[in-house]
Design a protein around this ligand. Structure first.
Ligand code: TPP
Ligand code: MG
Length: 796
């Protein structure tokens, strides 16, 4: 494998090559027996799902239209069998948390089955609805994975952020049982930039309870990875201050290298290209020798002459990632280093033990029935025993039972119900004020409620100051595992007092890290036994930069508040690069997230308090607030509160909208009508437009859509329920029915949004009204607010 160091420089002191030590041969023998069964079950599960399970019933005659393969990843699973068997049966204990490489999910389930945590019936339900998920799922798999994985790269760092969360939780609450946080990583996953964003972030340094194990099979989906990739990756980790362990060669090869002339063998393998090395795995006996010796010098020929054909195959494939003793040594070496995270590069064979081993196109390859039959015989099971666990009284059975007792997941306690007030208060006044400014004040206000405050933690990717977290940070400080001197002193606009009691986590400019940290903190209850209230701020356009991590967090059931501010072209002078347009649709469409875009201070107060409370509700969700720096006159809201009463107004604001301005009563009853529906920073333009329209004799109603998301879901939910029950939809029961009165349901609607016009265009469909959507359907540009509103038709 062509992995020699390019400039001959010695690796950093942190890098260690593990030499095999002696282990109890009986234990290694039992682990080997277990790994063979794990391999069999993982492969057979995929095989069964593809060849034996009857397909889901399909409307008659339409079979071809629904015929897609089930799929699954035998080769990616096989390369992890040694790593995962040694880990689960001889290393982990109950408190440890592990993220499993997405395509090794069958291995995870095979292990959980052998340990007694997964019922046998699930072995036949891989990739079936309600069965085992294609990729490990924290929320859907019956044998609960600690972390979901699937979008490569995200699961890699999830345990790193979880360890960061544990460190935070232990510093703020009573310390919990020590746990190790482990990621099992595909080597090509490390191509994803988010991995390196996390590894280099200061907030994630010094976590000695983290271990990554990289399945270095030198293959991705498409190819054998050329060149010196693994050495480069090791250097990256080393350069980031990690403890790096290389488990490259197994004990057979290590022993061969130690024999006389063994150096030449080592050099030959080290210098061989990955493609050449991988091509050897398909060869047996006499075919292997000439291929192995291609380009070898005389010393290697001499050395190999003494090895017979049968010994050559296991020797050539004897990589560290399949040597159980070496793997255990590697894990222990990582445990021994407690001041920084560790990574093991375990060299493996993709498709280990299978006829597709090392084939560059084996990623999704399935064994043929004949190959399955041969493998069954080779791995020591038959038709009658192939799905069995080991007998309880066998050595393997005893190891399975003991490991199972130690590592079964305990279901988490429900999140506590906190005394979150309905409103913080004190945010309103006579002066026009922006939602972003109010948000800053509300945070410090919520900080006055001790049971809530102690669980609040804010985060920002280097935009704390410009998203108004300054007041909160000044009061509660910045988290650092150790007390830090404050060289600049307290007399500054923004203090930066760092220590273990701090309640703000500052991140570098990585929105992926923001959402991955929100995900980790938002699972505080599930993974660490402490419910947290994580609140992250980000410039709204850069929500898109972290979008996959945001989706990941929601998919995993994490609960957090994210504040996108400032948003829209209202950020006028900052220019098109900073003006968000499509984020409302993201907020509306993502499950598990309530998107709200209030315009007025008290509406924001209610929404934030309600959102914080919902983080702890069993059927709650996360909250996305889209805010602005535009100062807004608060009087129209005070008028609406006087008209509707505060309790009713609050109820409507939380439901998603209310009538802000009623039509001018001085207009005749038969005056032409229009309904202006808007939200957020451009709402004052709708209010102003209503006045101008009244002067022209047109009766305009202004509706403030505080959460278009909640209104849409409420409407869509009723339509769906009605359709499924074959009954007419009860539109009068909808929250929107309070916004659009019966006598207005033929009135034309104009929607006005500082966002893509599409986001509110659905509104007219509720009652079948003609709708003109107005919004920002082009990239923005620098200018004054008034100029940009003019460009996008947002000025009345
Ligand atoms: C973000 C993302 N992009 C692409 C994919 C599709 N994909 C799945 S596995 C894979 C290759 C992974 O290679 P590696 O991590 O080395 O895993 P191996 O199967 O070799 O163990 C790709 C590109 C994905 N799952 N997620
Ligand atoms: Mg790989």
């Amino acid at each position: 494998m062509h992995e020699t160091h390019h400039d001959g420089r010695a690796y950093g002191a942190a890098m260690a090559t593990i030499a095999a030590t002696t282990h109890d041969p009986a234990l290694l023998g039992t682990l080997d027996e277990i790994q063979r069964r794990v391999l069999w079950l993982a492969v057979r599960m995929v095989d069964h799902a593809n060849r034996e399970r009857p397909p889901a019933p399909v409307p008659a005659g339409r079979e071809a239209e629904f015929a897609v393969k089930v799929g699954g990843h035998m080769a990616s699973s096989a390369s992890m069998v040694g790593i995962m068997t040694s880990l689960w049966f001889a290393h982990l204990d109950g408190a440890d948390k592990v993220a499993v490489k997405p395509h090794a999910s069958p291995v995870f389930h095979a292990i959980k089955y052998l340990q007694g945590e997964l019922d046998r019936s699930f072995l036949f339900r891989l990739r079936e609805r309600g069965g085992l998920q294609s990729y490990p799922s924290r929320t859907k798999d019956p044998d609960v994975a600690d972390f979901s994985t699937g979008s490569v790269g995200l699961g890699v760092v999830a345990p790193l952020f979880a360890a960061m969360t544990r460190r935070y939780v232990d510093a703020h609450f009573a310390a919990s049982d020590p746990a190790r946080f482990i990621a099992l990583v595909g080597d090509a996953e490390l191509d994803e930039g988010n991995v390196w964003e996390a590894i280099s972030d200061a907030a994630l340094q010094g976590l000695g309870n983290v271990m990554f194990v990289v399945d270095a099979n030198r293959q991705s989906l498409d190819r054998v990875i050329p060149g010196q990739k693994i050495k480069k990756l090791m250097e990256f980790f080393d350069g980031s201050g990690w403890h790096v362990v290389e488990a490259k060669y197994g004990s057979l090869l290590q022993a061969a290298f130690a024999r006389e002339g063994g150096d030449a063998l080592r050099r030959h393998i080290d210098e061989m290209s990955n493609e050449h090395y991988q091509s050897l795995f398909a060869l047996r006996g006499a075919d292997l020798r000439p291929a192995f010796l291609h380009d070898a010098d005389a010393a290697v020929h001499r050395f190999v002459d003494d090895i017979d054909d049968r010994e050559l195959v296991p020797l050539v494939q004897n990589l560290g990632g399949h040597d159980l003793g070496l793997l255990l040594d590697s894990y222990r070496a990582c445990d021994a280093v407690t001041d920084r995270p560790s990574v093991v590069f375990a060299y493996t064979v993709k498709g280990w033990g299978l006829p597709i081993a090392g084939d560059p196109l084996n990623h999704a390859a399935l064994l043929s029935p004949t190959q399955i039959d041969a493998l069954r015989a080779e791995l020591g099971v038959d038709d009658t025993t192939e799905w069995d666990r080991f007998p309880d009284d066998s050595p393997a059975g005893r190891v399975c039972r003991r490991a199972g007792d130690e590592v079964n997941n305990v279901p988490p306690a429900p999140r506590p119900q906190l005394p979150v007030p309905e409103r913080v208060g004190g945010a309103t006044g006579a002066k026009p004020v922006s939602t972003q400014e109010v948000f800053g004040r509300l945070l410090t206000g919520l900080g006055q409620v001790p049971e809530v405050s102690e669980r609040m933690v804010t985060l920002s990717p280097d935009v704390s100051v410009s998203t108004n977290l300054g007041g909160w940070i000044n009061k509660y400080g910045v988290f650092h595992p150790e007390e830090q001197p404050d060289h600049l002193g307290p007399d500054r606009l923004l203090r930066w007092q760092q220590g273990p009691t701090g309640r703000h986590i500052e991140l570098g400019i990585s929105e992926m890290n923001l959402f991955l940290a929100l995900h980790a903190l938002g699972l505080g209850q599930e993974l660490h036994g402490q419910h947290l209230i994580p609140i992250g701020t980000v410039y709204d356009p850069f929500v898109c930069r972290g979008l996959d991590a945001l989706i990941y967090g929601l998919y995993n059931g994490a609960r957090f508040v994210v504040v996108g501010t400032p948003a829209g072209v209202t950020l006028a002078p900052e220019g098109g690069a900073h003006q968000s347009t499509i984020t409302p649709s993201i907020g509306l469409e993502l499950p598990g997230l309530s998107y709200a875009e209030p315009c007025y201070a008290l509406a924001l107060d209610w929404l934030l308090c309600d959102g914080v409370r919902r983080l702890g509700d069993p059927d709650g969700d996360s909250l996305y607030l889209r805010l602005s720096t535009r100062p807004v006159d608060q009087r129209p809201f005070a008028d609406a509160a006087a008209r509707l009463g505060e309790d009713e107004l609050r109820r409507q604001v939380l439901a998603g909208g209310y009538r802000l301005v009623e039509p001018d009563p001085s207009l005749p009853a038969d005056a032409p009508r229009v309904l202006l529906a808007s939200c957020g920073a451009v709402l004052p333009e709708a209010v102003h437009a209503a006045r101008l329209l009244a002067e022209e004799g047109i009766a305009a109603t202004v509706v403030d859509l505080t959460s278009p998301d909640r209104l849409y879901r409420n409407w869509r939910g009723e339509l769906q329920a009605a359709a499924r029950a074959a009954r007419p939809a009860d539109l009068d029961s909808l929250a929107i029915a309070a916004l659009i009165r019966p006598d207005e349901r033929r009135t034309p609607i104009v929607t006005v949004h500082d966002a893509a016009s599409h986001s509110l265009a659905w509104l007219g469909s509720v009652f079948g009204q003609r709708t003109t959507p107005v919004g920002v359907d082009a990239f923005g540009q620098s200018g004054a607010i008034v100029e940009l509103y003019e460009v996008f038709d947002l000025l009345p």
